[in-house]
Design a protein around this ligand. Structure first.
Ligand code: ADP
Length: 387
């Protein structure tokens, strides 16, 4: 139960008017207008002050469960339409509290709208104010439940993804052992062992990167980042892969554009896009990397003329561990995490990532970020003099 709920329940039970009450009254004055005034005169002042100070779904009902007063949040989550309670489960908790004359709480799953797909995971706290009227406060735990599920899912996916290369490494080690007398075989197994070890290394590195970008808020300690330098650093880091596949990577002319955020993360995001563009291009293919600005949004575009992505897969490529073609992905050494890392980084910077693609024609991935003016120290002298 949250601290706010404990306070509310205490007061509902007739906590004397004291320092706490004064505080609540002050908060009520700030928020009073926001509380839905249904039948205000039917409630004691204390309950009104409590409701007005709350920022969570809460309401007071009369003996027939008609809503006397509700916070705007109670309407927003579909707890009431302003007159009646919309969930039978909630009514039951209220009825129980009223009939026992004591506070009751229950963990519930409520459909957000009668026909809506979303479920709210809540704890409902009901406390009688007197013999008929009951105060109900809802703790919405949906977000933390969703995050827990995501974390569990990630751990399960990760273990599954790690199993394949780890299994391969141990099988190859056994094969090496039994082929000890055949140098040709030993060389072959050793080469494959090295490939699997590299894959394992990449996967572990991407998993660490993914958890890092998932938890981080780059805007907490944001710096002005020169995006031309980010593009150059990202392309430089993919040079070996580009040379190995004989793919030419061309960067557009300097743009002088800047964004606020974390330089290392932005470089990783662009690097992931360029690495994919190279991996999914034919030999001697061309990859273009460019920057432009439109309506205060900077766009970093990475284009290739490679294999492209089928329309059905376009929505899913940003999901963790999603690969459109497992077999090909094994060849390219892909982990299926690269694009979800890009998505997280873009979103953590207040931006987004988009994709355009046609099978056999190529793809363009675009990271969109809020533009920030170049810092004074980086502006050309003439411009500084004008400013
Ligand atoms: P991976 O490590 O497998 O490249 P990503 O998350 O970076 O993982 O990409 C997910 C999938 O999206 C890839 O396996 C591939 O099927 C597809 N994909 C990503 N970039 C491109 C591209 N430039 N061209 C074609 N397909 C791509």
């Amino acid at each position: 139960m949250s601290a706010a709920s404990i306070v509310v329940l205490g007061i509902a039970f007739g906590l004397a008017v004291g320092a706490l009450f004064a505080l609540l009254i002050r908060a009520a004055m700030d928020r009073g207008a926001a509380v839905l005034d249904l039948q205000a005169d039917a409630l004691p002042d204390g309950a009104l002050a409590v409701l007005a100070a709350l920022t969570q779904p809460a309401l007071v009902v009369d003996g027939s469960n008609a809503v006397l007063k509700a916070t705007p949040e109670a309407l927003a989550v579909g707890l009431t339409d302003g007159r009646v309670l919309l969930h039978g489960e909630v009514q039951r908790v209220i009825d129980q509290a009223r009939s026992e004359g004591a506070p009751k709480q229950a963990d519930l799953q409520l459909s957000r709208a009668p026909a809506g797909p979303h479920t709210l995971v809540v704890t409902a706290h009901a406390a009688p104010i007197d013999v008929t009227r009951v105060l109900l406060v809802i703790d919405d735990r949906s977000e933390s439940v969703r995050l827990d599920a995501m974390r569990r899912d990630f751990v399960a996916n990760t273990s599954h993804e790690l199993k394949t290369p780890i299994g391969a490494v141990s099988l190859l080690a056994e094969a090496l052992d039994s082929a000890a007398d055949d140098p040709e075989q030993v060389r072959r197994f050793a080469a494959r062992l090295s490939t699997e070890a590299t894959r394992l290394g990449t996967l572990v590195q991407q998993i660490i990167e993914f958890s890092r970008v998932q938890g981080a808020d780059p805007l907490d300690a944001a710096e002005e980042v020169p995006l031309d330098d980010v593009l150059r650093a990202a392309v430089e880091r993919t040079r070996v892969a580009a040379d190995a596949r004989d793919v030419g990577v061309v960067i557009g002319k300097r743009s002088g554009l800047w964004a606020l955020g974390d330089r290392a993360m932005l470089t990783t995001a662009v690097q992931n896009l360029v690495a994919n563009a190279i991996a999914f291009s034919p030999p001697k293919g061309h990859v273009g990397v460019g920057l432009r600005t439109r309506d205060g949004i900077v766009e970093i575009a990475v284009s290739d003329q490679g294999i492209g992505i089928a329309e059905d897969d376009l929505d899913r490529v940003f999901e963790r561990f999603y690969r459109t073609d497992q077999a090909r992905s094994r060849q390219t050494g892909g982990t299926g995490l690269g694009l979800s890392i890009v998505k997280h980084i873009a979103e953590n910077h207040g931006g987004s990532v988009r994709v355009w693609s046609r099978l056999s024609r190529g793809s363009t991935f675009t990271i969109r970020l809020p533009e920030t003016p170049a810092p004074a120290s980086a502006r050309p002298r003439r411009e500084k003099e004008r400013a």
